[in-house]
Ligand binder design. Structure first.
Ligand code: FEO
Length: 394
C-alpha cells in the first residue's frame, strides 16, 4: 500500500500497529517506519523499514515501479528501525546505488555485509539531480546519531527529516491534519523526551540551518507527515531544544507498604498549596520510564522517594535514576524522602546520586521508620511548599 505525499512522491513505509516496546520506549500507540519513493527521470527510495517488514516495503514500491528502475536508495540514518531492511532489499534493486554519508556507510557495514553494495557517498550540502527534482543532503550529526542526515527537495519544498519531528503513532492516516493535533503533539513530545532530548544543542543548530529553507512538507521517518501544522512542530522543537524548565514539580516514588506513598502525597499537597506551579505524581512501578522521561523533560524540580529494600532504593527507582541520568533533564532542585524498617539506605543512595546529576536538594532528606507520623507528614508538606517556591522562583 502506498499514499501520495505530493506529485512524484509517495509514502511506501510500514505501519506497526502492534509494537508496544521500542528498545524500552513504551509505544502505547504503535509506530510507523516511513519510507518514501520519489519518481522522476531517476527514481529514489528514501529510507527503509525494520528488517521484518522488508517484504511490505518491496510490495509497496512494486505497486509504483519495477524494482530494476530504482536508481538510488537514500539512507538518512543507520539505526535499524530504518536501515534494518537494507540487507534484504538492496539485492532486490539491482541498479540502485546506496546514497549516504561516510559515517553512515561505516555504521551500516558494522551491522551487515555491505561488500556487494554500490555506495554513493555524499557530504554535507551535496546534491543529486533526479531530473525535475534535486536531492540536497544536510548532515545533522547527533540528531540523534552521528551519521544522521536530512534530505531536502527544494523543488517540492519538502524535507525528509528522518527521526526529527517524528512521533511513535500508528494510524491509517498519513498527515497531520487527519488526526487531532493534541494527539500528534503529545506523541511528538514523548518522542522528543525519550529519543532526542539529550541533543538539544544539536537540534538548535539544525533548526537554525533549516530556518533558511522554504518548507511546505516535513516527511519524518516516524508518524504523520507535516503539511498543515509545520509552525506548531517547529515552535515546539525550538522550545524543547532550549531545555527550558517550567514552573513544575515532579514527584517520583516507589513504595513497599504505602509509607513512602503517604509521604509523597503529603509533599504533593504542599506543592499544590502554592498557586502557579504544576505538579505530577508518579508511582514509578505504575508509570513507564517513557512517561517519566516526558514528565521531567520540562520540570524545574523533581523529588525522589523510595522505601529501602536491602539497603538500596527499590529496583524500579534505581532504573528511573539510571534513565534520567542519561537524559539529563533541566531539573535544578530536588528532595529525597522515604521509609525504612530496621535498616536505612534508599535515601542515602538517592542523595549521593543527586551529586552525580547536579541537582540541589532543597533541604535535608525526610526519612521515616515504618509509618510516617503527623510530624513527618508536616515536614513533607513543608518540603512540598519549598519545592513549589523553588519551581516558581526563577
Ligand atoms: Fe527511528 Fe533513530 O531511529
Amino acid at each position: 500500500m502506498h499514499t501520495s505525499v505530493c506529485p512524484q512522491v509517495d509514502w511506501v513505509g510500514y505501519v506497526d500497529w502492534n509494537i508496544r516496546d521500542f528498545h524500552s520506549y513504551k509505544t502505547e500507540r504503535g509506530a510507523t517506519y516511513n519510507a518514501y519513493l520519489v519518481r522522476d527521470e531517476k527514481i529514489a527510495l528514501i529510507d527503509s523499514v525494520k528488517k521484518p517488514f522488508a517484504a511490505y516495503l518491496l510490495a509497496n514500491v512494486r505497486e509504483l515501479v519495477e524494482l530494476e528502475k530504482v536508481d538510488y536508495i537514500v539512507c538518512n540514518h543507520a539505526e535499524q528501525d530504518h536501515a534494518g531492511a537494507l540487507s534484504v532489499i538492496v539485492p532486490q534493486f539491482p541498479n540502485a546505488k546506496v546514497v549516504c554519508n561516510a559515517r553512515c556507510r561505516e555504521i551500516l557495514s558494522g551491522y551487515c555485509d555491505t561488500s556487494a553494495w554500490n555506495f554513493h557517498i555524499v557530504n554535507n550540502g551535496d546534491t543529486l539531480s533526479l531530473g525535475q527534482n534535486t536531492l540536497t543532503f544536510i548532515n545533522t550529526p547527533m540528531v540523534h546519531w552521528p551519521e544522521s542526515m536530512f534530505t531536502y527537495v527544494p523543488e517540492k519544498k519538502l524535507l525528509f527529516s528522518m527521526d526529527g519531528f517524528g512521533q511513535h503513532l500508528s494510524s491509517s492516516e498519513r498527515f497531520d491534519d487527519e488526526i487531532p493535533l493534541e494527539t500528534i503533539m503529545e506523541e511528538a513530545k514523548i518522542y522528543y523526551a525519550n529519543i532526542v532530548y539529550p541533543y538539544g544543542r544539536q537540534v538548535a543548530q539544525v533548526l537554525e540551518a533549516a530556518a533558511g529553507l522554504p518548507i511546505e512538507i516535513i516527511a519524518p521517518s516516524h508518524g504523520v507527515i507535516w503539511r498543515t501544522h509545520i509552525p506548531t512542530i517547529i515552535d515546539a522543537y525550538k522550545r524543547w531544544s532550549a531545555r527550558t524548565a517550567e514552573k513544575k514539580v515532579v514527584i517520583l516514588y516507589d513504595t513497599m507498604w504505602e509509607s513512602t506513598e503517604i509521604m509523597a502525597n503529603a509533599i504533593y499537597d504542599g506543592v499544590l498549596s502554592v498557586p502557579g506551579v504544576s505538579c505530577e505524581l508518579h508511582h514509578v512501578r505504575k508509570s513507564s520510564l517513557t512517561q517519566i522521561a516526558t514528565a521531567v523533560m520540562d520540570a524545574r524540580c523533581c523529588a525522589l522517594g523510595s522505601a529501602t529494600l536491602n539497603t538500596l532504593p527499590m529496583p524500579t527507582m534505581a532504573a528511573v535514576m539510571n534513565y534520567i541520568q542519561g537524559l539529563r533533564p533541566p531539573v535544578k532542585y530536588t528532595l529525597a524522602f522515604g521509609s525504612h524498617g530496621w535498616g536505612r539506605g534508599a535515601v542515602e543512595e538517592m542523595t549521593s546520586w543527586f551529586e552525580k546529576v547536579q541537582w540541589d536538594a532543597v533541604q535535608e532528606p525526610i526519612r521515616c521508620k515504618w509509618r510516617p507520623d503527623e510530624e513527618t507528614l508536616a515536614k513533607c508538606h513543608t518540603a512540598g511548599v519549598l519545592l513549589a517556591e523553588k519551581a516558581h522562583g526563577e
